[in-house]
Design a protein around this ligand. Structure first.
Ligand code: UD1
Ligand code: CA
Length: 481
């Protein structure tokens, strides 16, 4: 356990976010595979806090339902948004009032805030034995933010002044309050009781706690964020897109530093929850989403979207869409394949061009190379499925399963009408509609016999191009013989 382990993290997420112009609460908008508040919660977790409380308010049922899927956090309900100070008070009430130890406060709409920055803040706070430490940043445009006012003599932080309450001179300050703080839990609870509402917004400002503590003779400190973009708060969808771009770039850089080749970061999308091994290679136009995993030497893309999909070592996935699929070691997929949930390709298996699979287990070395649909099926090892085959799994009422054994060779253009089983080592003829089980080692032929009606074209289509071509071919044959 870290010495800087905070007693609690309080995440403020009760605000409305009207500028999103959305029926979805602001903090539930998603970038890089998590909701905005989900990113903040994930960064907070890196501090390993004893308690994690999210203060919810606007559309609280929806936000609470989203959050409580994670049973390691609690929510506190702020019915009316009376300011950030009030929100923290509600959060602490959920923990029984004052908390012994460090309390970290973060906002639910800053998805770029990293665990690393939070750890640095907590470390400074503890090392300097502060009553409060505020995370600040120098920003190019400080409009709208609370300004950090420092003592001209010693540079110590004396107050945070909200934009709306600031003088022109204060508005010129470019160091701003990120909204992230570390507090001594007891002193925080005390000071919150003293926060007044005589400001331009008539709210309880959390920022006033800083001057209250300073005036009471406690130590007040600041930790300046290395990258001001980390504290970017999302208010509208332009900022949402900008945050997505920055976060995506950060996540790709992490992947590259870990040994993944990303050919074109500008056209590659990666979620925060994706994992990978070294020497994986990602071609342009690829989206790696959810819990997707890339094994060593896996090569994916271009133009591929993988959702919750495992790509094992050395597999090759080209121009493919896959969702909840598992692609075995050295397997090949695409170009132009669609792997739907429950597809499991074994080692060195193949799902080739224009192949769709769903709920299908494909054995080691088994190939489905061209133009086929494999749904609700189990196929053994080292089998080859002929081009343009369909696993007819749906009778209009229910889905049925097809089982094909190992070392089978099925002909092109087969229909396997489920439920049906083809035994090990069996063959099927091209164009067969397989409705009955095929015993191991046999050849199944299930198609109409071919019948040639000689001279039909000359009789039925006289003078046509076809008739002339047939005539020419026939006389040529006759002169040759
Ligand atoms: C706040 C800070 C400001 C800082 C800025 C950083 C105060 C008074 N001001 O301003 O100094 O520069 O953040 O982004 O703290 N919230 C609640 N309940 C409330 C009010 C707010 O949960 O009653 C939540 C919001 O959902 C949001 C966060 O607190 O996540 C910040 O609130 P917001 O209204 O955006 O504060 P700012 O005016 O931006
Ligand atoms: Ca505001």
């Amino acid at each position: 356990m870290s010495v800087n382990r905070p007693a609690a993290v309080v995440v403020l997420a009760a605000g409305e976010g009207t500028r999103m112009k959305s029926k979805t609460p602001k903090v539930l908008h998603e970038i890089s595979g998590r909701s905005l508040v989900g990113h903040v919660v994930a960064a907070s977790r890196e501090l390993d806090p004893e308690h994690l409380v999210v203060v919810v308010g606007h559309r609280s049922e929806q936000v609470t339902a989203h959050l409580t899927a994670d049973d390691r956090l609690r929510t506190a309900h702020q019915a009316e948004q009376k300011g950030t100070g009030h929100a923290v008070r509600i959060g602490l009430d959920e923990l029984g009032g004052a908390v012994e130890g460090t309390v970290i406060v973060v906002c639910g709409d800053t998805p770029l805030l990293s665990g690393e920055t939070l750890r640095a803040l907590a470390a400074t706070h503890t090392a300097d034995a502060n009553a409060v430490t505020v995370l600040t940043a120098e920003v190019p445009d400080s409009t709208g933010y609370g300004r950090i006012v420092r003592d001209p003599a010693d540079g110590a932080v004396t107050a945070i002044v909200e934009h709306k309450d600031a003088t022109d001179a204060q508005r010129a300050i470019r160091e701003i309050n990120s909204g992230v703080f570390a507090f001594d839990g007891r002193l925080l609870a005390d000071a919150l009781g003293k926060v007044r509402t005589d400001n331009s917004q008539g709210e309880e400002y959390l920022t006033d706690v800083l001057s209250i503590l300073r005036e009471a003779g406690h130590r007040v400190g600041a930790s300046v964020a290395v990258d001001h973009r980390e504290i970017l708060g999302i208010n509208n969808r332009v900022q949402l897109a900008e945050a997505r771009r920055l976060l995506n770039q950060r996540l790709l850089e992490q992947a590259m530093m870990a040994g993944v080749t990303v050919v074109d970061p500008a056209s590659t999308v990666i979620d925060a929850t994706v994992t990978y091994e070294r020497d994986a290679l990602v071609h342009p136009g690829t989206q790696l989403l959810g819990t997707t995993h890339l094994g060593e030497d896996a090569e994916v893309g271009p133009n591929t979207r993988l959702t919750d999909t495992v790509v094992r070592a050395g597999a090759r996935v080209d121009n493919t869409v896959a969702d909840r699929a598992e692609i075995g070691e050295g397997a090949t997929v695409g170009p132009y394949a669609y792997l739907r949930p429950g597809t499991r390709l074994g080692t060195k298996a193949k799902a080739g061009t224009y192949v769709e699979m769903k709920n299908a287990t494909i054995g080691e070395g088994t190939k489905v190379p061209h133009l086929s649909y494999v749904g609700d099926a189990t196929i053994g090892d080292h089998t080859n499925i002929g081009a343009a085959s369909v696993f007819v799994n749906y009778d209009g009422v229910a889905k049925h399963h097809t089982t094909i054994g190992s070392h089978c060779r099925t002909g092109s253009d087969n229909m396997f009408v489920a439920p049906v089983t083809v035994g090990d080592g069996a063959y099927t003829a091209a164009g067969s509609v397989i409705t009955k089980d095929v015993p191991p080692g046999s050849l199944a032929v299930a198609r109409g016999q071919q019948r040639n009606i000689e001279g039909w074209v000359a009789r039925k289509r006289p003078g046509s191009g076809a008739a002339q071509a047939a005539q020419a071919a026939t006389s040529e044959r006759n002169s040759e013989s």
